[in-house]
Design a protein around this ligand. Sequence first.
Ligand SMILES: [Ca+2]
Length: 52
Amino acid sequence: MINNGSDWTRNDYWSGPLPFTVDGKDKGLRIADLNNDGFPDFIRGKSGLEKA
Ligand SMILES: [Ca+2]
């Protein structure tokens, strides 16, 4: 559900800014407030499964 200011609208197409999983595989994405500004930060870990 998305709050449009006065009501809630259903939107099945909304998704986060980055995928947490792709094809069911964990992409190493986490959320934590790293710089202590009160807003959550995205952390993307390096996958051990991908070759450099
Ligand atoms: Ca932050």
